[in-house]
Design a protein around this ligand. Structure first.
Ligand SMILES: *Cc1c(COP(=O)(O)O)cnc(C)c1O
Length: 359
């Protein structure tokens, strides 16, 4: 067996320790004689798994009691629709478009109702986060929507928007559990776990309970947050295995010291790359310094052929999945929680060597 340093944007690297635990339980979870994949979601054993996962997540993020935690399916992209259907009671919501994921969320809202574009950084290929200090929010907007970390272009909000008393909704998929957040500042947080937390197929929604509408006659049952909140995410069969692995990752995070410790580790990891990029004469970062993501680091040489050569040679050296997203080109290193600091140093060392050989 040989593991590579995997810089994929998602599905992405998971902690080796968690993969080993999951593997060890594959034939026999905790003396049950079966794997978590094979047991009823109505069994006391699985109830214990999902309860513990929720409790650990609440502890990690300091989620207040007046927020519900849901483990959903359908892809995080489905939340672009269901968030609007559940929270925009008057059919109106306002959006900041800072990258491709918020752009997609805005597009869904436009299908479903009256969505207003408050600000965008489309003019510079989403290489920065728009000024959100004084947004022209409509008085009757149901919420203000952001994607707090744009996975493709590698931006992260340095500060949350001033929502002027309106509810803030944030897609945190590619930064979920990478740093502490003050949950009380949000009405709803959603995240697909395949970026930073677990296997694809689970989305976590953290929503203030008073925002879970009870009378949504026009919304399909499965798309109502109330359905899942009332049933403890067990209205129908959930992604049992995915939730189990997320639970293992929550424990791994707790053992490493929680989100404050992760944030320090993530800041240090990102600094290794950004410091290198800022000093390099070959490579450069594509993102405005104050808005740089700690998780997704796009960079370019400025020469498409050289970019291609870099990606190929890096892969041969065990540094894989560094090709940039087709919308940006160049390279992108996703350095999620589970990417060890050694992986980031190995990448920076490789870049330095490549620069020497190709100047
Ligand atoms: C990947 C991603 C999504 C979409 O997730 P799917 O589960 O593939 O639908 C949404 N938002 C962000 C920020 C993402 O990175």
């Amino acid at each position: 067996m040989s593991r590579v340093y995997n810089f994929s944007a998602g599905p992405a690297v998971l902690p080796e320790e968690v993969l080993r635990q999951a593997a060890d339980s594959m034939l026999d979870y905790n003396g049950c004689g079966m794997s978590v994949m094979e047991m009823s979601h109505r069994s006391p054993v699985f109830q214990g798994i999902i309860d513990e996962a929720e409790a650990d997540l609440r502890e990690l993020m300091g989620i207040p009691d007046d927020y519900a935690v849901l483990f959903l399916q359908g892809g995080d992209s489905l939340l672009f629709s269901s968030v609007f259907m559940n929270l925009a009671q008057n059919g109106k919501a306002d959006y900041v478009v800072s990258g491709n994921w918020s752009k997609k969320a805005f597009a869904e809202a436009e299908i479903l109702g009256d969505a207003k574009l408050l600000a965008t950084s489309a003019d510079k290929n989403f290489s920065y986060v728009p000024d959100v200090s004084d947004l022209p929010i409509r008085d009757d907007a149901s919420f203000v929507y952001i994607c707090q970390n744009e996975t493709i272009t590698g931006t992260r909000y340095p500060e949350l928007p001033d929502t002027k008393g309106h509810i803030l909704v944030a897609d945190q998929s590619s930064m979920f559990l990478s740093e502490p957040v003050d949950v009380a500042r949000y009405g709803l947080i959603h995240a697909g776990v395949q970026k930073n937390v677990g296997p694809a197929g689970v989305q976590v929604v953290i929503v203030r309970r008073d925002l879970i509408a009870g009378d949504l006659a026009d919304v399909p049952t499965m798309l109502r947050f109330k359905t899942h909140a009332d049933a403890g995410s067990l209205y129908d069969t959930p992604n049992c295995w995915g939730i189990y692995v997320c639970g293992l990752v929550f424990k791994w995070l707790k053992n490493l010291g929680g989100l404050k410790a992760m944030a320090e580790r993530n800041r240090a990891k990102a600094a290794v790359l950004y410091d290198f990029l800022d000093a390099s004469e070959l490579f450069s970062s594509t993102v405005a310094p104050r808005d740089r993501s700690l998780m997704n680091v796009p960079f370019v040489t400025g020469d498409v052929e050289l970019d291609r050569k870099f990606v190929a040679e890096a892969a041969a050296a065990g540094l894989v999945n560094l090709k940039g997203h087709r919308l940006v080109g160049g390279m992108r290193a996703s350095i999620y929680n589970a990417m060890p600091p050694e992986g980031v140093s190995a990448l920076a060392d490789f870049m330095a060597r490549f620069e020497k050989e190709n100047r």
